[in-house]
Design a binder for this molecule. Structure first.
Ligand code: PSU
Length: 304
């Protein structure tokens, strides 16, 4: 019995010919951004990957199949699906969604699982999930971290989302043995801001180095992936001092309203969008496109 994978013709051709492919997630479309900006972003990010010489494979679950590469009509339907009608899939619920024939959007964790099943080694997103503030009492830690420790996919993100407890997030990744690689700078980026003030454990300055490190992990038989933390472009960043008070306000509203579990991240992103008058979304889109560019370069380096 094999996994229920349905490939788009473009992705199928690229994979059988050994050409570079970059996986993309779908939770960012259904739960991370409002319509219609989510659809525009999903199309643009695919285009950026094509323009940079690789093939995009957006991943989502529909009709009992993991779709690897979506048609434009499927992308549009997903972007218009209300967030309460698409499951936000992680490792725990991927199989349930497939077995029940429901529609599901893949988070970083689920996208890594699906990409690996499909034979795709690199994946671009916005920011990974991590340790939520107050995790010492709530125990709210994203399954993305465990996935990075066990599934061999290189994930390109602008760090972890700054709504999280970033120092604790990096501590957990270190404990799990996940290589956290800052791209082109010494500091770890903080999603909307280029720097977090925290020094990265590893730094690399080229796609070739990142591809070589992934290949070496495979030769050593080390399970798990790598996290590439790619800073947002300068002209799109929101300085830490500007975004922090907004994050604090959104977090205290989430607490008052007792938002919990899978709802936390979408709620915070939505409130920060409103509080910044849409600026956080522009930054979020810019960083995703920037990550797609680097992921395409890594995918190309991996095929050499
Ligand atoms: N990147 C973004 N926006 C998002 C996400 C990533 O720019 O919404 C999604 C990813 O799917 C990631 C999820 O896995 O947020 C994290 O959710 P949580 O904190 O509930 O684990």
């Amino acid at each position: 019995m094999t996994a229920p994978l349905t490939f788009s013709p473009e992705v199928q051709d690229a994979l059988s010919a050994g050409r570079p492919v970059v996986a993309l997630e779908s939770t960012i479309i259904t739960h991370g951004m409002p319509y219609p900006q989510n659809l525009a972003m999903a199309r643009q990010v695919e285009q950026v990957i094509r323009d940079n010489g690789a093939v995009p494979a957006t991943i989502a679950v529909m009709g009992g199949q993991i779709h690897v590469g979506l048609t434009d009509a499927a992308l549009e339907a997903l972007a218009q699906t209300p967030s309460d009608q698409a499951m936000k899939l992680s490792r725990a619920d991927l199989a349930v969604c497939l077995a029940n024939g429901r529609t599901g959007a893949t988070t970083v964790a689920a996208t890594m699982i699906c990409a690996h099943l499909a034979g795709i080694r690199v994946f671009a997103t916005g920011g990974i999930g991590g340790v939520h503030r107050g995790a010492e009492t709530s125990f709210d830690i994203s399954a993305d971290l465990q996935e990075l420790a066990q599934t061999p996919v290189t994930v390109v993100a602008a760090g972890a989302k700054a709504i999280l407890d970033l120092p604790k997030t990096w501590e957990v990744l270190e404990t799990l043995g996940v290589p956290v690689i800052a791209y082109g700078q010494d500091d770890l980026p903080a999603f909307w801001s280029r720097t977090s003030g925290i020094k990265a454990p590893l730094r690399m300055d080229s796609a070739g180095e990142i591809a070589a490190a992934a290949a070496m992990r495979a030769r050593l038989g080390l399970k798990g992936g790598q996290l590439v933390a790619n800073p947002i472009p300068q002209d799109a960043e929101i300085a830490r001092d500007d975004i922090m008070p907004v994050i604090e306000q959104a977090l205290s509203e989430a607490e008052t309203r007792r938002i919990a579990a899978k709802e936390v991240t979408p709620f915070l992103l939505g409130r920060i969008f409103e509080l910044t008058g849409g600026r956080s979304l522009d930054s979020n889109i810019a960083l995703v496109l920037n990550n797609a560019r680097l992921a395409a370069a890594i995918a190309i380096a991996m095929t050499r």
